[in-house]
Design a protein around this ligand. Structure first.
Ligand code: FE2
Length: 276
């Protein structure tokens, strides 16, 4: 990251670094993700969608994944009888949320010198809190509504930075990211908090989400890194194409900032968040 890159990040709230990861690195991550999915028992996830206590099971499965590696299904993966409409490997929405600490392949990539070098000017004491492997499956890849990642990682002062690695080409047809350049200077609209085991998304500012005139699609090629400010509004459309849109994300916060006890993702002493 040179001085011009740093200025661009400050001005726009994001930066695209084409060709950041090699094809070989990308293939290694994709192969490992496929292995994790192959080992995943779909019954585990299926019950979440089909039992009467669906919301509670779903919350528990999600909230319990902060320090684990768990697979999550696409919302549209099941038919009305609770059966998968397509093979398991084409039904998973994402794997989360501690791949970077618990899986040797993802740990090696997440803590490589290149990632550390990008993080260095942005965070003084970087701690890697969360990782996700996102599949954005063909045809059923779900929409991700406008949000700011800071809503999920509140620190005082704000510090979260997102690393988004393209593991396939991403464009408008398969649900690439859309961002609002400069939107990191707008207020934080929502916060996702957990109180007494109950998760909720609270509205804290009424500033509207960006309109169509102020947003840009980030169409990037396999290997690109998009690094963005925790307050940058971003969104991705459903994927109705025949082509998946795999990505790997990391969320890094500054260890000097106070990490909110209300954040859903908490790391206990058995697996504290670590740096590079
Ligand atoms: Fe996000």
């Amino acid at each position: 990251m040179n001085a011009q890159d740093r200025h661009r990040f400050q001005d726009d709230g994001f930066l695209v670094l084409p060709g950041f990861a090699s094809r070989r690195q990308v293939e290694t991550l994709r192969r490992r993700a496929n292995e994790i999915v192959a080992q995943f028992d779909p019954q585990q996830g299926r019950s979440i969608f089909t039992t009467r206590n669906q919301a509670k099971h779903s919350d528990d499965y999600f909230l319990g994944s902060a320090d684990k590696i768990r697979c999550f299904f696409e919302k549209d993966a099941f038919d009305e009888n609770g059966e998968l409409k397509q093979p398991k490997e084409l039904s998973i929405n994402k794997i989360g949320h501690a791949l970077h600490d618990l899986d040797a392949v993802f740990e090696r990539f997440s803590r490589n010198a290149g990632v550390r070098a990008v993080a260095a000017p942005l965070t003084v004491d970087p701690l890697l809190y969360q990782s996700m492997y996102i599949f954005k499956q063909p045809q059923i890849g779900g929409e991700v509504n406008w949000h700011q990642d800071e809503s999920f990682f509140q620190t005082d002062p704000p510090s979260v930075v997102t690393f988004w690695f393209a593991l396939e080409n991403a464009d408008r047809t398969n649900g690439c990211l859309w961002v609002q350049p400069g939107g990191h200077r707008t207020p934080l609209r929502e916060r996702f908090v957990v109180c007494d085991g109950q998760a909720s998304l609270e509205k804290i500012d009424s500033t509207p989400w960006p309109d169509a005139d102020s947003i840009v699609p980030l169409e990037v090629e396999l290997g690109a890194l998009v690094v963005f400010h925790g307050r940058l509004p971003h969104y991705s459309a459903p994927n109705r194409s025949q082509q998946s849109r795999h990505a790997y994300t990391l969320h890094v916060v500054d260890g000097r900032a106070k990490y909110s006890a209300l954040n859903w993702l908490q790391r206990g002493p058995h697996l504290p968040a670590r740096g590079f």
